[in-house]
Design a protein around this ligand. Structure first.
Ligand code: B12
Length: 209
């Protein structure tokens, strides 16, 4: 039985061996997708601790980089338990981290989970220029456009990107995700939905399709 609090604290403490041992033991028990999602959420909680310690001056950028690598490694172990049964493509999502923002761990989690749910995801990476979002949307005509960002400034980048997509006449549902995203931010940006939880983002996308 995975102790989620222990996992969160181990990740917050950047205890790589402990985090990976906990997750390997957990996945060896063939956990359900729901339990695996709880483990992802516990890891996300650990990253929040890392962020707080960074703000308090106890962690430095090197620690952020290490935390990012650790989370990527952790999600890699959890990935097989996060589903993947879907065979037919149910829709297309254009996905990217908005310009000015280089964070992609959350985006990658949403991509993996969307693919597992049967979406084709066209991931155009990080720090995506407005014109690139518009050009790719016009080229592939996705039903859904997902934008990720964790910096406060990402909210303005999202708004600029949504404005440009609308001005170009792109017809797609838009969902924004990442830590600073709120209901107010969603209204300001002009997106159709928002979430700070990848699993919820997949659910919203499925409902749209
Ligand atoms: C790891 C990390 C980094 C790594 C990123 C590695 C990588 N490959 O992504 C590195 C070291 C590169 C980095 C750099 C920087 N970082 Co940083 N970083 C973090 C940290 C610790 C974790 C972020 C993270 O991965 N969280 C875990 C993921 C899983 O959560 P998430 O992104 O919210 O994603 C979930 C949901 O939101 C959702 N989701 C995410 N995207 C999407 C998209 C869609 C469509 C959907 C549906 C859902 C969805 O799904 C995910 C799973 O549920 C945060 C602290 C924090 N509390 O977030 C700081 C933090 C974001 N960083 C911060 C800062 C300041 C920086 C730097 C400026 C530091 C510096 N001085 O250089 C640079 C900025 C570089 C840039 N221009 O982007 C600040 C931002 C402050 C602010 N308010 O803007 C934070 C908050 C730390 C802090 N408390 O000060 N960082």
């Amino acid at each position: 039985m995975l102790d989620l609090k222990v996992l969160t604290l181990a990740l917050g403490d950047l205890e790589e061996d402990q985090v990976m041992d906990l997750l390997r033991e957990f996945t060896a028990t063939n956990p359900s997708e729901g339990d695996a999602l709880e483990a992802v959420a516990a890891c996300q909680g650990g990253m929040a601790i890392v962020g707080e310690l960074f703000e308090q001056g106890e962690y430095f950028v090197g620690d952020l980089i290490f935390a990012g690598e650790l989370l990527t490694e952790a999600i890699g172990v959890l990935k097989p338990a996060l589903g993947g049964g879907a065979s037919a493509v149910i829709g297309t999502i254009l996905l990217g981290t908005v310009h000015g923002d280089l964070h992609d761990i959350g985006k990658n989690i949403f991509r993996s989970m969307s693919e597992a749910a049967g979406f084709e995801v066209v991931d155009i990476g990080i720090d995506v220029a407005i014109e690139e979002f518009v050009a790719k949307a016009q080229e592939i005509k996705p039903q859904i456009i997902g934008m990720s960002g964790v910096l406060t400034l990402a909210i303005d980048s999202m708004k600029e990107t949504v404005d440009a997509l609308k001005a170009a006449g792109v017809d797609a549902k838009i969902i924004i995700g990442g830590n600073p995203v709120t209901k107010d931010a969603c209204a300001y940006v002009g997106a159709d939905a928002f979430t700070t939880n990848a699993a919820e983002g997949v659910k919203i996308s499925q409902d749209w399709i």
